[in-house]
Design a protein around this ligand. Structure first.
Ligand code: NAP
Length: 284
């Protein structure tokens, strides 16, 4: 069997076109969606991510602001900027690019963002809303993975067994909750899991969010399963690759997401969706 590829670029184009239409309607009513992105320090990977986010905003007709600060910015100064952006009516979403320099407390900074502008979905109240099934901003990466499942007709996952590898607060845990809310039976694996393949071989859906190459190999996958690869790693040649041994797993799986061109573009797309929704809520 050769798996069908779930094309994150194509799905993103479709969803971003829909968001652009919503943004145009809001702009016509005087509420152009606005995103503020804050980058502290000079991490090259973070600089690329924020540039891509700001460009995606411009392409969708959003107002966007990129604020870049030196690595020695104090936590107090950063909190002051967030406070100003919380009160800025032209800004509906605030994103602080992580990781922050070690002297700044990530948690304190995220919690300083108004819950109504938490378009990354990292705020405790956003996580709590997801936990209890109330409306709130969903973390962009797992939200994008759910949209990928929906794009292949998997809306209600009743009767499906999903295995999530990874339990971070920004990917693995919210992913598990979103799958659970779509009625899947969910197993969450992590570095303490004994015999990972025992779990993955039973799964109809596997989401790999680890950050290590070839965590999921062909012998670990049930024939026909859906494989979603969140990982972002570099191979020996410096080329971007995921957590999944793509070349071999695609011969066993039914559906698979590539890296690049899979979950990555979907994450930015869902940031636009969340920002548009924030503008709709705040400017309705
Ligand atoms: P993280 O915080 O480092 O979490 C990694 C998780 O993997 C942890 O839960 C860890 O277990 C688990 N783990 C480590 N080794 C394992 C193993 N051998 N077997 C099973 N589980 C193992 O990373 P993250 O922030 O969730 O990100 C995960 C990956 O996704 C990274 O490559 C990151 O770059 C990528 N990512 C991509 C996007 C995107 O837009 N495409 C967005 C976010 C993240 P413990 O909890 O026990 O330590």
């Amino acid at each position: 069997m050769t798996a069908q590829v779930i094309d994150g670029n194509a799905l993103s184009r479709q969803l971003r076109a829909e968001v652009a239409q919503r943004a145009a309607a809001l702009t016509a009513r005087g509420h152009q969606p606005g995103l503020a992105v804050i980058l502290v320090g000079d991490d090259p990977a973070s600089a690329v991510y924020v540039r891509n986010k700001v460009k995606a905003c411009a392409d969708a007709g959003f107002h966007s602001v990129l604020e870049q600060y030196a690595a020695d910015l104090s936590e107090a100064a950063l909190l002051e900027r967030i406070d100003a952006l919380n009160r800025d009516p032209a800004i509906h979403g605030i994103l602080v690019q992580l990781p922050l320099p070690a002297h700044i407390d990530d948690h304190r900074v995220i919690e300083a963002i108004s819950a109504s502008k938490d378009v990354d979905g990292f705020h405790v109240s956003s996580a709590g809303a997801l936990l209890v099934g109330e409306p709130g901003f969903k973390a962009c990466t797992p939200y994008g993975c759910m949209k990928m499942l929906e794009s292949i007709g998997l809306h209600d996952l009743r009767g499906k067994h999903a295995v999530v590898i990874g339990r971070s607060n920004i990917v693995g845990k919210p992913m598990a909750l979103m799958l659970l809310q779509a009625n899947a039976t969910v197993t969450v694996c992590h570095s303490g899991t004994a015999d990972l393949s025992h779990h993955t071989r039973q799964a109809d859906i596997v989401v790999a969010a680890v950050g290590k190459r070839k965590v999921l190999t062909a012998d670990m996958v049930k024939p026909g399963a859906v494989v979603i690869d969140v990982g972002m790693n570099r191979d020996e040649a410096g080329k971007l690759c995921g957590d999944v041994d793509f070349e071999n797993v695609k011969e066993v799986a039914g559906w698979i997401t590539p890296v690049p061109g899979g979950v990555g573009p979907m994450t930015i797309t869902m940031l636009l969706v969340n920002t548009c929704e924030a503008a709709e809520r705040l400017g309705a």
